[in-house]
Design a protein around this ligand. Structure first.
Ligand code: PLP
Length: 226
C-alpha cells in the first residue's frame, strides 16, 4: 500500500520532471497539499513527511485542522463569502480566491494587527471557463491596484483553475495576465495546476501547484458550498 509519504515523493518527482522539461528550477514551484475532506490524521502524516503548506476550501473545516497543526501554513482556496472573511483574515496565512473589492477590503480591515499582512492572490477566470468565480483578465489590474493600496494585504499574484481538459492556450492566457501584472507590481506567485494538470501548468509558468488527490487519494463526494 502506498503511503502519503510515497505519494508526496511521487508528486515531487512529477514536479521535478515537469520543471526540467520546461527548463525551470523545480525549487521555484511550491507544492500546496490540498487536504479538503481528509481527516487530521492524514494531514499529520503529510506534515511528518515534511509537507509545510496546506490548502482548504472551507473555512470552518480548516479551523479544526489548524488547531492540531499550528506550525503549518494554511491557504484558503475555496470561494469566500463576505460573512466568512473575519475567520479567514484571522486564521489563514494566504487567501487565494480574492475576486472583488468588497472581499479585499474586509480582509484588510479584519486582519489582526499583530499578524503579518495577509498574502492574497487574485482568482482570474481565463476565457471560456464555466465557473463564475474569478475576475476577467481585463479586470485584474484594477483589482490589483486596489489590493496594493490596502494596508493589511500583500498581493502575491494570481490563482486560476482551468477546467479539466482545458487546452494549453487557457494556461498560456493566464500566464500572460501574470506577466503583465509582473511588469507593474512586485508579485511572485502563479497558483495553477492540480493532480491531473500540474505538468501543463508548470510548463506555463506556475510557481505553485495545488495537489489533493495525488497526495491523499480520492475524496468522497464534496459539499457544494463554502
Ligand atoms: C480540490 C481542489 C484542488 C485539488 O484538486 P485535485 O484534483 O484533487 O488535485 C486544487 N485547487 C482547488 C481550488 C480545489 O478546489
Amino acid at each position: 500500500m502506498t503511503t502519503i509519504a510515497d505519494n508526496l515523493q511521487a508528486v515531487k518527482a512529477r514536479i521535478g520532471r515537469a520543471a526540467q522539461a520546461a527548463r525551470r528550477d523545480a525549487r521555484a514551484v511550491t507544492l500546496l497539499a490540498v487536504s479538503k475532506t481528509h481527516p487530521q490524521s492524514r494531514i499529520a502524516e503529510a506534515r511528518a513527511a515534511g509537507q509545510h503548506a496546506f490548502g482548504e476550501n472551507y473555512v470552518q473545516e480548516a479551523l479544526e485542522k489548524m488547531s492540531a497543526l499550528p506550525e503549518s501554513e494554511w491557504h484558503l482556496i475555496g470561494p469566500l463569502q463576505s460573512n466568512k472573511t473575519r475567520l479567514a483574515a484571522e486564521r489563514f496565512q494566504w487567501v487565494q480566491t480574492v475576486d472583488r473589492e468588497k472581499i479585499a477590503k474586509r480582509l484588510s480591515e479584519q486582519r489582526p494587527a499583530e499578524l503579518p499582512a495577509l498574502n492574497v492572490l487574485i482568482q482570474v477566470n481565463a476565457s471560456g471557463e464555466k465557473t463564475k468565480s474569478g475576475v476577467q483578465p481585463s479586470e485584474v489590474l484594477d483589482l490589483a491596484r486596489i489590493i496594493a493600496s490596502l494596508p493589511r494585504l500583500r498581493l502575491r499574484g494570481l490563482m486560476a483553475i482551468p477546467e479539466p481538459g482545458a487546452p494549453r492556450e487557457r494556461y498560456a492566457e493566464v500566464r500572460q495576465v501574470f506577466d503583465e501584472l509582473k511588469k507593474r507590481m512586485e508579485v511572485d506567485t502563479l497558483s495553477m495546476g492540480m493532480s491531473d494538470d500540474l505538468e501543463i501548468a508548470i510548463a506555463e509558468g506556475a510557481t505553485m501547484v495545488r495537489v489533493g488527490t495525488a497526495i491523499f487519494g480520492a475524496r468522497r463526494k464534496e459539499k457544494s458550498a463554502a
